[in-house]
Design a protein around this ligand. Structure first.
Ligand code: FAD
Ligand code: DLZ
Ligand code: SF4
Length: 515
C-alpha cells in the first residue's frame, strides 16, 4: 500500500483552475490531487455528447497541466463499460488507497454534489475542508448581505453596486457615459439582408486527447443526444485566452447592437462563445471584464458593446449564482404557476414544423450551444406558454448545453424563463407572441405558421399559446402591475375569439404540440 498523504485535493470538472483556493499551501511531496470522470454526472440528466465531451476533454487537459507542474494526480478515467460510477464510489476508492488526513475542495458548483461529498467524507471518517470559490467576484455571503431586507432582488441594483464596488466602467462616482445600462441599445435586429459577414469564432481542432474523449463519448454514451462531428470548443486555459482575445478584437464592437437578434444557420453571430470556458474556470471573469473595458477605453469598442458584455458577466452571471445559493435547495421545487406537462419530445430531436424551435434545438444538439435569446425567447418561452413542469424544463437545460452547470442554469431556467420562483428573478413572466420572434429573427419567413395569427390551421403556436396562457393565469397575474397592458389587451378580445383560442390551444395540447 502507498504511503499515506497529507491532503487530497478534490478538483471537480468545473474547477479547472490551478490558482484556485484548493491549491493554497499545496505541497507536491505530501499532497495529491483527485479527479474523476464519473458516469452519474453525465447521466443523472441525459447529457448531450457535446456537454460530456467538453467536461472530459477539459479535465484531461487539466490533468496534463497539473502533472507537468509535478503534482501527483489520482485520475479516474471513465471506462466505456462503466454504467455506475459516482463521485462517492470513486472517492472511496482513492481515499482507501491514499489514506489522506484531509480532503480539500473548493465550494462545488452544485448543491447535490456539495451534499454528496460531505456525506461521503463523513462516512469515510475523513475531514472535508470546503474553501471559497475565488473565481467569483461576489461571494454567496456578500450576495446575502446585499439581498437582506430587499423585497425584490432586481439585477439592475445588484449590477450597479458591483460596478461601484469594483470600479468597473466608472468615472469617479459616476457610470462612464452617464448611464448605468445601455440595454435599449442592445435590441436591434438584422435587416432582411441578414447579418452578412460576421467574423467566425475561433475553432479549436480536437487534439489527440480530445479525439480520445470523442471516441469514448461516442461509444460509452452512444444513445445520448447530439453529435460530436463539430466539436471545436476551447478546452485549455491557453485556448480559452485566445478565444477571449479573438472575441474582443473581432466581435465585441458589434456585440452590443445585435445581442438579441437571431438568424437561421448562424448560431454564434456576435456572441462571445466563452460561457463553457468561464464555467469550467479555464477563464477568469475578471480577465474578460478588464479586456472589454480596455477595448472601450482604447476606442476599439463602443460603450453599448462593452457595457452590454460587462453587464452579462459582472451583473447577470454573479447575480444568478447569488440567487442559486441563497434559495437552494428549495428553489428546485418551486412551481408558482403550477405547470405540470411533460416536455414535448421534439426538444430531444428538433423534429417540429415550428421553424424557430427546429433551428434552436437542432443547433443545440449539434453544438451544445444556443445564445441567450434563443434559450429565453424560443425554447424557454415555448415551455412557459405550453405549461411544462419547470423541473422537467430544468433537466433539459442542464443536459444540453456545454456551459450547463446548475448554479448558472437553474435560476435562468426556473426563475427567469419559467417564472416558477414567483418573481425572485423576473418582475413578470417573459411571455410573448410569435411576433416577438418574427421581429428578432428571420425564422418566421421560413415557417409554415403565421406569427400574427392565434387561430386557424396556420396560426403560430406561440401566439395561440400566449393568449391561452394569459387566460389560464389571468387571476394570478392580475396583481402584477407590469402585466396590466398585456391583460388589458386580453380583455379586448370578445368571448368568441377567446373560445377559438382555447379550442386551438386544446388541439395543440391534444397532439402534444406535435406540429
Ligand atoms: P454572451 O452572450 O456572449 O455573453 C457573455 C457572457 O456573459 C457569457 O459567456 C456568460 O458567461 C455570461 N452571461 C450572459 N448571460 C448570462 C446569464 N443570464 N446568466 C449567467 N451568465 C450569463 N449560462 C450558462 O453559463 N450556463 C447555463 O446553463 C445557462 N443556461 C441558461 C438557460 C436559460 C433559459 C437562459 C435564458 C440563459 C442561460 N444561460 C446560461 C445564460 C446565457 O444564455 C449563456 O451564458 C450564453 O448564451 C452563453 O453564450 P456566450 O458565451 O456566447 O455568451
Ligand atoms: C457536467 C459534468 C460531467 C458531464 N462530468 C463530470 C465528471 O465526470 N466529473 C466531474 O468532476 N464533473 C463532471 N461534471 C460537472 C459536475 O456535474 C458538477 O457540475 C460539478 O462537479 C459541480 O462542481
Ligand atoms: Fe416560430 Fe411562430 Fe415564427 Fe413559426 S411563425 S418561426 S412557430 S414564432
Amino acid at each position: 500500500m502507498a504511503k499515506p498523504i497529507r491532503h487530497l485535493v478534490l478538483v471537480l470538472g468545473d474547477q479547472l483552475d490551478a490558482g484556485s483556493a484548493a491549491f493554497d499551501g499545496f505541497d507536491r511531496r505530501r499532497d495529491a490531487v483527485w479527479m474523476a470522470e464519473v458516469f452519474e454526472e453525465a447521466a443523472h440528466v441525459w447529457s448531450t455528447k457535446a456537454r460530456i465531451a467538453m467536461f472530459f476533454a477539459a479535465m484531461r487537459h487539466f490533468r496534463r497541466t497539473l502533472r507537468d507542474e509535478g503534482a501527483t494526480v489520482h485520475y479516474h478515467q471513465l471506462d466505456r463499460r462503466d454504467h455506475a460510477s459516482t463521485f462517492a464510489s470513486r472517492l472511496e476508492q482513492t481515499v482507501g488507497d491514499t489514506r489522506p488526513d484531509k480532503l480539500i475542495v473548493v465550494q462545488p458548483g452544485e448543491w447535490r454534489v456539495h451534499e454528496a461529498l460531505k456525506d461521503r467524507a463523513k462516512r469515510l471518517g475523513v475531514e472535508l475542508v470546503i474553501r471559497e470559490d475565488r473565481h467569483f467576484i461576489c461571494s454567496p455571503e456578500q450576495f446575502d448581505d446585499w439581498a437582506a431586507g430587499r423585497e425584490q432582488l432586481r439585477l439592475e441594483y445588484f449590477y450597479r453596486e458591483m460596478r461601484r464596488k469594483r470600479g468597473v466602467l466608472m468615472d469617479g462616482d459616476h457610470p462612464v457615459g452617464g448611464e448605468w445600462n445601455y440595454d435599449k441599445a442592445n435590441r436591434a435586429s438584422f435587416t432582411a439582408a441578414g447579418p452578412g459577414l460576421v467574423p467566425e469564432p475561433m475553432s479549436f481542432n480536437p487534439d489527440k486527447i480530445t479525439r480520445e474523449v470523442i471516441d469514448l463519448v461516442n461509444t460509452a454514451f452512444a444513445s445520448h443526444p447530439g453529435t460530436l462531428d463539430d466539436f471545436d470548443w476551447p478546452v485549455t486555459r491557453a485556448q480559452a485566452r485566445r478565444a477571449l482575445s479573438d472575441f474582443i478584437a473581432k466581435r465585441l464592437p458589434r456585440f452590443g447592437d445585435v445581442q438579441d437578434a437571431m438568424w437561421t444557420d448562424r448560431p454564434y453571430l456576435y456572441h462571445a462563445r466563452l460561457s463553457a470556458a468561464l464555467n469550467l474556470h479555464l477563464l477568469d471573469p475578471r480577465e474578460a471584464i478588464d479586456a472589454a473595458e480596455r477595448a472601450y477605453r482604447d476606442g476599439h469598442a463602443p460603450l453599448n458593446a462593452a457595457e452590454g458584455f460587462i453587464r452579462q458577466l459582472l451583473g447577470w452571471r454573479e447575480y444568478v449564482r447569488g440567487v442559486y445559493w441563497r434559495y437552494m435547495p428549495g428553489y428546485l421545487d418551486r412551481n408558482t404557476l403550477g405547470a405540470d406537462r411533460d416536455l414535448p419530445d421534439f426538444y430531444w430531436t428538433a423534429d417540429t414544423d415550428m421553424r424557430c424551435l427546429r433551428e434552436t434545438i437542432s443547433q443545440t444538439l449539434r453544438y451544445g450551444y444556443a445564445h441567450h435569446i434563443q434559450r429565453l425567447m424560443v425554447t424557454g418561452l415555448f415551455a412557459l406558454l405550453a405549461g411544462v413542469d419547470p423541473r422537467r424544463v430544468h433537466r433539459w437545460y442542464l443536459a444540453v448545453y456545454v456551459d450547463a452547470v446548475e448554479w448558472a442554469e437553474l435560476p435562468n431556467v426556473l426563475g427567469m424563463s419559467q417564472y416558477a420562483d414567483g418573481g425572485v428573478m423576473a418582475s413578470k413572466p417573459y411571455a410573448a407572441t410569435g411576433k416577438y420572434i418574427d421581429r428578432m429573427s428571420n425564422y418566421c419567413k421560413h415557417c409554415r405558421f403565421d406569427p400574427a395569427k392565434a387561430t386557424g390551421d396556420d396560426a403560430c403556436p406561440f401566439t395561440t399559446l400566449y393568449w391561452d396562457f394569459l387566460q389560464r393565469h389571468r387571476d394570478t397575474l392580475a396583481g402584477n402591475n407590469r402585466m396590466t397592458m398585456q391583460l388589458k389587451n386580453l380583455g379586448r378580445k370578445d368571448a368568441e375569439q377567446l373560445r377559438a383560442i382555447r379550442n386551438r390551444a386544446d388541439h395543440l395540447r391534444a397532439r402534444d404540440f406535435g406540429v
